[in-house]
Design a protein around this ligand. Structure first.
Ligand SMILES: Cc1cc2nc3c(=O)[nH]c(=O)nc-3n(C[C@H](O)[C@H](O)[C@H](O)COP(=O)(O)OP(=O)(O)OC[C@H]3O[C@@H](n4cnc5c(N)ncnc54)[C@H](O)[C@@H]3O)c2cc1C
Ligand code: FES
Length: 271
């Protein structure tokens, strides 16, 4: 994975102005923000931001909350994040009016790494794991690569609206209740695309990774296609100091906030 050290922009703290709120996926929303100069061009898919999710005058919640960069508008120098209201921080963030300034730190973490020979990318998303894969799809389409973006949800309402993705992307969906796309899990659809894909990229809940790994190991030839996963770990400092976010890999413990959140699936020790 491309390390944060290789990124073209060092993490910095800035005030991002909330420009727009688009409700999506039932209870979630895509929030659009202003960015510091050069930000939209410098960030890469997989990187995330650490946002203070409280008013300036308050102290709770104390710690910043991590959110993947979902998309960027290079011309307007804005970015979006996709927020699901899990708890008090995210519920506060999603309920702020347009014009609110959010204290933001970033870009943080490493990026998905697309190999030079890759032409076909299979992206597998679950829940808010859809976010970093939107930016990856945007980057791939800009390079002229083919993208199949798979998403699973409980029902049609839980899916990312198609207009969020570049129109060149093939959007394949699965729902538990069959209300949109194939009935069943998104990972049920992965097998038939594995021979097509040069690389696979995934982000979603832990059970999705486990079933994705099962399908990949059962269907792939040797180590092809390689699979990169973006893992969500609870974070405190976001800067590699507290070791609260480590992931065990074949090369030792890796901090998710600096050396992750993107890992090669084959290098993670899956307990
Ligand atoms: C690298 C990274 C990228 C992320 N990207 C996104 C993103 O793009 N969009 C997004 O909505 N979230 C994302 N998250 C998760 C997000 O950071 C958490 O949802 C957020 O920190 C929750 O804070 P809170 O104050 O709302 O919840 P808290 O008050 O801290 O927690 C409330 C309850 O929700 C549970 N909870 C918290 N987070 C999650 C979770 N992720 N899944 C299930 N239960 C949870 C807690 O265990 C607790 O029971 C990301 C996390 C990481 C590490
Ligand atoms: S959150 Fe502290 S080391 Fe990653």
């Amino acid at each position: 994975m491309q390390s944060a050290a290789g990124a073209t922009m060092r993490p910095r703290e800035f005030l991002a102005e909330l420009l727009a709120i688009e409700p999506v996926m039932g209870d979630s929303a895509i929030l659009t923000f202003t960015a510091p100069e050069g930000f939209a061009k410098a960030v890469g898919a997989g990187q995330f931001l650490d946002s203070l999710c409280r008013p300036e005058s308050a102290h709770d919640p104390l710690l910043r909350r991590p959110y993947s960069i979902c998309s960027v508008d290079r011309a307007r120098n804005t970015f979006t994040i996709l927020v699901r209201p899990y708890g008090r921080g995210s519920a506060w963030l999603i309920n702020q009016p347009v014009g609110t300034l959010i204290d933001t730190l970033g870009p943080l973490g490493n990026r998905f790494e697309v190999q030079p020979k890759t032409n076909r990318l299979l992206l597998v998303a679950g829940g808010v794991g859809a976010a970093p894969l939107v930016l990856l799809a945007e980057e791939a389409v800009r390079r002229g690569q083919s993208v199949a973006y798979m998403m699973g949800a409980q029902n049609a309402e839980g899916l990312l609206p198609a207009h969020v993705l570049p129109e060149e992307v093939e959007y394949v969906v699965a729902t538990d209740d069959g209300s949109a796309g194939a009935k069943g899990f998104v990972t049920d659809l992965v097998g038939e695309y594995l021979r097509w894909a040069d690389q696979v990229f995934a982000c979603g809940p832990e059970p999705m990774f486990r079933s994705l790994r099962r399908v990949v190991l059962a269907n792939r030839i040797g180590n092809a296609p390689p699979v990169q996963v973006s893992l969500e770990r609870t974070m405190a400092c976001g800067l590699g100091a507290c070791l609260g976010c480590v992931v065990e890999t074949k090369h030792g413990m890796r901090t998710s906030c600096v050396q992750g959140p993107v890992y090669d699936m084959d290098e993670v020790i899956w307990s």
